[in-house]
Write a protein that binds this ligand. Structure first.
Ligand SMILES: Cc1cn([C@H]2C[C@H](O)[C@@H](COP(=O)(O)OP(=O)(O)OP(=O)(O)O)O2)c(=O)[nH]c1=O
Length: 183
């Protein structure tokens, strides 16, 4: 009865290794569109749950961990930018502001669901045009919520964080460690 990480994110795989090496990776392909009237908190929890449940259906004997990370600025969800133009826009929006990062984790085992939302607050310094365009050119923003990676070159943009650094990176390891040990 092993542990499955329902995530294609190499960062989550690395972080989970801080807890255990004894897991396999089975990414979940789900519909990530948000529902009308859904709050960002509800959305991120639903995404993590959906990923865990999708993989749990294929592996009913396993313990499955699903995760989702979003950046929220002024109640607006910033997902992955996918294009350089969108990445530029997001970073311009985050410059000089404080935003929220929500990571939800969901553990499914024997149809029992345990979930947790870990919110953090991140404040960016005012960014210059050149800082934004140079960072976008690295392509680092493309696959990351809010178009930045705190663990990468965007470390230089961050004035302050309140919350859990690892949650901002995509996996709140202390919370996950506790969830795994409760079961
Ligand atoms: C804000 C921020 C996000 N991210 C990443 C974490 C997530 O991988 C990504 C958000 O996308 P997610 O949809 O949460 O995850 P994913 O598509 O990478 O992987 P999967 O759905 O299979 O689990 O943004 C960072 O790496 N650093 C950061 O500072």
């Amino acid at each position: 009865m092993g542990l499955i990480l329902a995530s294609q994110s190499p960062r989550r795989q690395e972080l989970l290794k801080k807890i255990t090496d004894d897991f396999i990776v089975v990414p979940a392909d789900i519909d990530e569109s948000s529902l009308p009237h859904e709050t960002p908190e509800e959305y991120v929890l639903r995404m993590a749950r959906q990923k865990a449940l999708t993989v749990a259906k294929q592996h009913p004997q396993a313990q499955v961990l699903g995760c989702d990370t979003i950046v929220v600025d002024n109640q607006i969800i910033l997902g992955k930018p996918y294009t350089s133009e969108k990445a530029y826009e997001m970073l311009k929006q985050l410059s000089g502001h404080t935003h929220q990062v929500y990571t939800a984790v969901c553990l499914v085992m024997n149809e029992k669901i345990t979930e947790k939302l870990v919110p953090s607050q991140v404040t960016f310094f005012e960014l210059t045009e050149k800082e934004i365009t140079d960072y976008v050119a690295t392509k680092e923003p493309l696959d990351k919520a809010g178009a930045y990676g705190i663990q990468g070159n965007a470390a230089l943009f961050i004035k302050e964080i309140k919350g859990d650094y690892y949650s901002i990176m995509g996996l709140p390891i202390a919370s996950v460690y506790r969830m795994l040990n409760q079961n």
